[in-house]
Ligand binder design. Structure first.
Ligand code: S3P
Length: 425
């Protein structure tokens, strides 16, 4: 098991970062959606991290041919989906497990999806129940993976309302519907990230969102292939936004990041806390993409209770900014944090306390007193990449040792390289 020693920064930085990891959500969807076409999809900058390599490998096991040359990945779809005899490995990736469960529910055949020890503890009933209600046959283990799926290419039509705001649930239902279903609708309490809808529409699918109701009209014809460059992941870039927001006199330019409004809410919160942030839109094809410029300014506390799905992945990193901001910060309505790669409420709070930060765990979030000084500590990541990277950023203030850092490989393999460069003058 690897660990990471972070040394305290000796001077402010002024950086231009153009090698932030590619977007994880979009990369997973590239692997899956390319199977809805009969022509090769061409993807530039597919995220070469463990989670998304697992998704690509599943596409391969289902019969796709994958060619990778430099930053170009070509996914040649099979004419019919192959039925592997061994389980399909999702590793640590909840997105892979839940989205592939949706896709496979609409395919005739039997499939098993499994994952690592962390993924096997994450709730799957949220996709199993609605997929079974439309005619898939899925056997789980009391709500957990492995999932044994007997797909059905004649699924029932649905008008489904999800009580859980989850892009993974929404995507699973859309993928099942497109693969083997009938005209259907989907609603959720709060709009979640919408990459699945955007990308499918780009491929020619009939998916519309009218007054927050999603109408899905599948056709039997193959869609156009994908042809896209995956932008940088705003959740990965956010670690360096926070690094800048807590380091006096520093500035960073984060290049070619997805500016999808369902993904940059954490930057909006950091702005409300006082950071100076500007967005420079460069293109808008499947997604708005551009540069984010962050300049240090003194931060103050904030209460966050809305638009939680839009910043759920960034809350651990935001907690580092909240700890040094002047005044109290509160995060509420964020119970979903408890079922991420770790229980991110208790994991973040326990580790902040180890660093000498005054904070309190709430059932659906936490409160952080603010104005604190980080103390060097030994942090247990609990195998959670975002916890490991968030506390590595805190380490820029005082030094830090993070245990169990292999998980960083799941989303941001060159994180440590970029972190080290911040100290190079
Ligand atoms: C994701 C959706 C989010 C997010 C996860 C990626 C996706 O999960 O936390 O990292 O790609 O659809 P939920 O939609 O389950 O909240």
């Amino acid at each position: 098991m690897n660990s990471l020693k972070v040394v305290k920064l000796k001077a402010p930085f002024d950086r231009f970062i153009s090698n932030i990891a590619s977007d994880k959500s979009i990369s997973h969807r590239c692997a899956i959606l390319s199977l809805f076409s009969d022509k090769p999809s061409v993807i530039y900058d597919y995220l070469q991290a463990q989670d998304t390599k697992d998704s690509l490998n599943i596409a391969k096991r289902l019969g796709a041919k994958i060619e990778t040359k430099n930053n170009k990945t070509t996914i040649i779809p099979p004419s019919t989906i192959a039925i592997p005899t061994d389980p399909l490995e999702c590793g640590n990736a909840g997105t892979a497990m839940r989205l592939w469960a949706g896709f496979l529910s609409g395919c005739g055949g039997e499939f098993v999806l499994t994952g690592d020890k962390y993924l096997l503890k994450r709730p799957m009933a949220r996709v199993v129940k609605p997929l079974c209600s439309i005619g898939a046959n899925i056997t789980d283990h009391r709500g957990f993976a492995p999932l044994a799926i007997i797909g059905n290419n004649n699924l029932k039509s649905f008008d489904f309302h999800s009580d859980i705001d989850s892009a993974q649930v929404k995507s699973a239902m859309i993928l099942a519907c497109i693969k083997g279903g009938q005209n259907s609708t989907y609603t959720e309490n709060n709009l979640t990230r919408d990459h699945t809808e955007r990308m499918l529409v780009g491929m020619g699918a009939d998916i519309t969102n009218i007054e927050d109701k999603i109408y899905i009209k599948p056709t039997n014809k193959p869609y156009r292939p994908l042809n896209l460059t995956v932008p940088s992941d705003p959740s990965s870039a956010f670690f360096f936004a926070v690094a800048t927001a807590i380091t006096p006199n520093s500035k960073v330019v984060l290049k070619n990041v997805s500016l999808n409004p369902t993904r940059i809410e954490a930057y909006r919160c950091l702005e409300q806390m006082g950071a100076d942030i500007t967005y420079d839109l460069k293109e808008d094809i499947y997604e708005p993409i551009g540069d984010i410029v962050v300049r240090y300014r003194q931060l103050h506390g904030i209460t966050i209770g809305q638009n939680i799905p839009w910043l759920i992945d960034e809350l651990p990193a935001l907690s580092i900014a909240m700890s040094i901001a002047k005044g109290k910060s509160i995060v509420k309505n964020a119970k979903e944090l408890r079922v991420k790669e770790s229980d991110r409420i208790s994991c973040v709070i326990d580790n902040l306390k180890l660093c000498g930060i005054k904070c309190h765990e709430l059932e659906d979030g936490y409160s952080i007193d603010g104005g604190g000084m980080f103390q060097k500590a030994t942090i247990n990541s609990h195998g959670d990449h975002r916890v490991a990277m968030s506390f590595a950023i805190a380490g820029l203030l005082c030094g830090m040792e993070i245990e169990d850092t292999d998980c960083i490989e799941t989303s941001f393999p060159n994180f440590q390289e970029i972190l080290r460069e911040l100290s190079c003058r």
